[in-house]
Design a binder for this molecule. Structure first.
Ligand SMILES: Nc1ncnc2c1ncn2[C@@H]1O[C@H](COP(=O)(O)OP(=O)(O)O)[C@@H](O)[C@H]1O
Ligand SMILES: [Mg+2]
Length: 393
């Protein structure tokens, strides 16, 4: 028997050493891979080409309620609803023929079945893995049942909210419309009563009551008209009736009509009117814009003078209404043009917070813009730009 040459022995030794290191490295690789799989927040299942589960992590045990011993070596089919198994089989064959990475959530709506028979909604990503000459697949699984439930709940709430808003808008439209008719009759009757009372030479106190009743009926009618307008705007039914009008005439008319109200509040109403602002606008609606802005100036104007100005501009006209009253804080300057938005103490100043909303809608329906400039205690200036309309509209 021949002993191996000394250098032969050395070669065998170093070969054994190499194999030992390789085995050690493989062992450490496997341990590392194991800890990565275990640490994953997603459920991880390693399956072979026939769908047999070779390895699962702790998250899978939690998701499906089985221990890993119960799963090892079994077909992954046991985690699928019976109805999905046939399709899964076909898909698996297709996938194994051409295994590629498939991102989470790329599939259809997927369900998993827990040990207790309940179903969970899952999202699955697949990654092929070449190991020991065969193709394995790592399936990463997350439970999206909560997310799906939350999405469905959100959808349901949105639907309910939409229905509630629809019901509210319908109510607003019907109620304001129904209130309008008896109120118009009441206003007429009160006006007749007022005339009669005056004609009879009744006591001053009684005449005062009649006057107040007429004023209150007017105030009520304006509030209801505002509600009607809001429901028209909401329904997209704010229609303009355009006609040639002279803005200066219109401002003068409105200012005259409101002079008494301004006088009662101690405000001098000063107008500066430019000639030549004659365009096709909606007379009643522009009148409403002026009345809203002037009545706000009177209401919030602290008894100081109010200035209403018109000017002809390059593409139409500008109206400014300026007061020297309580003013508006910076944060409220745009908010006040919203529906039911108010910036002042409800107890001191009454109102629904609709005037500026309707005003803005009217101005914008004319293709114009409205803006407010103010600071608390320094009065407010509202500027309306009304563009010229093409003759055919
Ligand atoms: N000229 C003004 N001066 C100060 N604050 C104003 C003025 N005009 C409007 N505001 C503020 O804007 C809010 C919205 O106005 P508006 O829509 O006309 O509602 P309302 O007059 O019913 O309160 C008011 O509640 C008030 O706080
Ligand atoms: Mg108002």
């Amino acid at each position: 028997m021949q002993c191996p040459e000394p250098n032969e022995t050395d070669r065998m030794r170093s070969e054994i050493e190499r194999l030992r290191i390789k085995a050690e490295r493989e062992e450490s690789d496997r341990a590392w891979l194991d800890s990565v799989i275990e640490a994953s927040p997603a459920g991880m299942i390693v399956v072979d080409g026939s769908g047999q589960m070779l390895r699962v992590n702790g998250r899978v045990e939690q998701l499906f309620g089985y221990s890993r011993e119960e799963l090892a070596g079994k077909s992954v089919d046991m985690l699928l609803p019976a109805s999905a198994r046939r399709q899964h089989l076909a898909e698996r064959a297709g996938y194994m023929a051409e295994p590629t990475a498939r991102p989470m959530g790329a599939g259809r709506d997927l369900y998993g079945v827990r040990k207790d028979g309940t179903q969970i909604r899952v999202e699955i990503g697949l990654s092929p893995l070449l190991a020991g000459g065969q193709t394995l697949v790592i399936a990463s699984i997350i439970d999206i049942s909560e997310r799906v439930r939350a999405e469905e709940e959100r959808g349901r709430l949105t639907e309910e909210l939409r229905a509630a808003i629809g019901a509210r808008d319908d109510f607003l439209a019907i109620a304001s419309h129904e209130l309008r008719t008896p109120l118009a009759a009441l206003a007429l009757q009160l006006a007749s009563l007022q005339r009669a009372v005056r004609g009879l030479g009744a006591e001053t106190k009684v005449v005062g009551w009649a006057d107040k009743a007429v004023r209150n009926a007017g105030r009520l009618a304006r509030l209801i008209d505002d509600l009607l307008d809001v429901s028209r705007i909401q329904a997209g039914k704010l229609q303009l009736h355009l006609e040639e009008l002279d803005l200066a005439d219109l401002v003068r008319e409105v200012a005259d009509r409101m002079a008494e109200e301004a006088r009662l509040a101690g405000c001098a109403l000063v107008v500066h009117l430019a000639t030549g602002a004659t365009e096709r606008w909606d007379k009643l609606r522009v009148e409403q814009v002026l009345a809203n802005l002037i009545s706000n100036a009177i209401k919030y104007g602290a008894g100081k003078p109010i200035e209403v100005r018109t000017a002809v501009t390059a593409d139409g006209a500008r109206i400014t209404v300026r007061d020297q009253g309580i003013g508006i804080g910076r944060d409220d300057l745009t908010r006040i043009f919203g529906r039911f938005e108010r910036a002042s103490a409800a107890r001191t100043f009454r109102g629904l917070g609709l005037g500026l909303y309707i005003t803005r809608e009217i101005v914008e329906a004319h293709g114009g813009r409205i803006a407010a400039e103010s600071a608390p205690g320094e009065g407010a200036t509202f500027t309306v730009e009304l563009p010229r309309r093409p003759p055919q509209t």
